[in-house]
Design a protein around this ligand. Structure first.
Ligand code: BDR
Ligand code: CA
Length: 328
């Protein structure tokens, strides 16, 4: 909430098991006014993303939020799905029903522009996917930045990557688009792997959600059960049934920024071909180094990089929100 009013939010996603968890939260948090959802190829093909997004919004009880289809491939890279993580349908193969409605009759960039400029208060844009739609928006309609409060994106890493040893999937999938986002000229918060992997719901809570009679709550449980939080765990391990919140953590950070510790740091996307392509190079040095002494200071975007998170606080917030009860 700002001044007692919910924050106008637009989510750009590639639903996606954890994108679905994020949508369930956005729909149900009273401090978030979800004004639109735009879809981009990432975890699965863009038509699959649109279908999954429409279905999740229906299950969450929000069938009227406008949804638009966006880019079907990255700006330069070939499309590379993450079906091995998110299932053949991109949604954990849970057998969810087909949606009852079609997406908006306009493309994602058009819907983004329209909803951002029409919002009575500046919008918080939350990309939880490759940044292709957002880059196209910023290049086609740069005037939208006048009504964007900030961008909170799930992507990147100050430490280890997942798609490669150093690159996170959303940035690796479309590095040029991520580079455009970082120079948008609006405040940017990077909710990267450094915090993304840490917010985990204990197995007992996952089982409780799955037993719910309410469809949205049950869906959250089923999705979490598809997101093993500790990839190395074996059957019988106590933490085997834990489920990572993933992208949903970025929405928790919008609803409750106090739970996130950020540092304003220079960040640059590595665009060169080779093993570092797609890495978000975060400069955490306390002072300038030899490169600056010899070659001068290069202009770099300053980004609020999330380096720590109050895990218990976000888990409690997430559960209370999807179950529509006050936090414990
Ligand atoms: C990101 O990649 C996708 O598979 C997830 O939905 C998340 O947005 C994590 O690297
Ligand atoms: Ca995602």
């Amino acid at each position: 909430m700002t001044n007692g009013l919910p924050v106008p939010v637009i989510v750009d996603c590639d639903t996606g098991v954890d994108d679905a968890l994020a949508l369930l939260f956005a729909v149900r948090h009273p401090g978030i006014d979800l004004r639109a959802v735009t879809c981009v190829a990432g975890n699965t093909d863009v038509d699959g993303v649109v279908r999954n997004t429409l279905t999740v919004l229906e299950q969450a009880g929000a069938p009227d939020v406008p949804v638009a289809r966006g880019a079907e491939r990255p700006l330069i890279e070939a499309p590379r799905s993450a079906r091995h993580v998110h299932g053949h349908d991109g949604m954990g193969d849970l057998g969810l029903p087909a949606p009852r409605r079609a997406p908006a009759g306009v493309d994602a960039v058009t819907l983004l522009r329209r909803e951002i400029l029409a919002s009575p208060r500046p919008v918080t844009l939350v990309p939880t996917a490759p940044l292709t739609n957002v880059a196209l928006l910023l290049r086609t309609h740069p005037e939208v930045t006048r009504n964007i409060e900030r961008i909170v994106f799930m992507g990147g890493a100050a430490g280890a990557g997942n798609a490669t040893p150093v690159a996170e999937f959303n940035v690796w999938h479309d590095p040029e688009a991520a580079a455009i986002l970082l120079t948008a000229g609006v405040p940017v918060t990077m909710y990267g792997l450094d915090v993304f992997t840490r917010v985990v719901v204990p197995g007992a809570e996952v089982r409780r959600l799955r037993a719910s009679a309410e469809p949205g709550t049950r869906l959250a449980g089923d999705l979490l059960a598809h997101r093993p939080a500790h990839p190395g765990s074996r059957p019988g391990d106590p933490a085997e049934d834990d489920g990572g919140l993933g992208d949903a953590g970025a929405l928790c950070a919008v609803a409750d920024p106090e739970g996130l510790t950020t540092h304003r740091l220079p960040v640059e996307v590595s665009l060169a071909p080779g093993p570092a392509r797609g890495q978000t190079v975060v400069d955490r040095r306390p002072r300038a180094g030899e490169s600056e002494l010899h070659e001068g200071v290069r202009e770099q975007s300053l980004v609020d990089v999330a380096l720590d998170v109050d895990v218990a606080r976000y888990v409690s917030l997430y559960l209370a929100t999807v179950e529509r009860r006050p936090p414990a």
